[in-house]
Design a protein around this ligand. Structure first.
Ligand SMILES: [Zn+2]
Length: 150
């Protein structure tokens, strides 16, 4: 038995697919959502840096003018309740890291909301069409609210 390398082994084929998809940036669910928003003529910012106190984050999609921040959370890295528990066989490796990711997600959401941002989080397993439709709805609501302020 080789024990020198303590790299996690994929607990299942599904997990390894999810893991691989997380390594390829810009080809995943967030890119599908962005494509749909673009088609709906919403002009978002990608990799827009937001700093609130000591919290720094870059939402997957941001509408700085309307203060809407969208995160498409990977099921694996952000430990979604449906798919995130899959790598339980490698709990020694993933457990603490995934817990840190989750608490960081919560801290980021709290900080942004405290600063007046609307924070939308979607699991990557949510169909892109559904996420894009929800974002579109919030985008419209925010623009009406803005109009009333003027
Ligand atoms: Zn999931």
């Amino acid at each position: 038995v080789r024990r020198a390398k303590r790299y996690p082994t994929a607990a299942s084929e599904a997990t390894s697919v999810i893991m691989r998809s997380n390594y390829r940036r810009d080809t995943g669910p967030e890119e599908r959502v962005r494509a749909l928003l673009w088609r709906a003529r919403l002009r978002y910012r990608k990799d827009f840096a937001i700093r609130v106190g000591s919290t720094r984050t870059r939402p997957d999609v941001a509408f700085p003018g309307r203060r809407i921040a969208v995160f498409i959370d990977g099921c694996f890295w952000h430990a979604c309740p449906r798919h995130g528990t899959d790598p339980r066989h490698n709990a020694w490796y993933w457990g603490p890291k995934l817990l840190r990711n989750r608490s960081r997600d919560r801290a980021v959401t709290r900080a942004l909301r405290g600063a007046g941002w609307t924070v939308l989080r979607f699991w990557e397993h949510v169909p892109a069409e559904q996420a894009a439709a929800a974002i579109l709805g919030h985008h419209r609501r925010r623009s009406r609210a803005d109009a009333r302020c003027r």
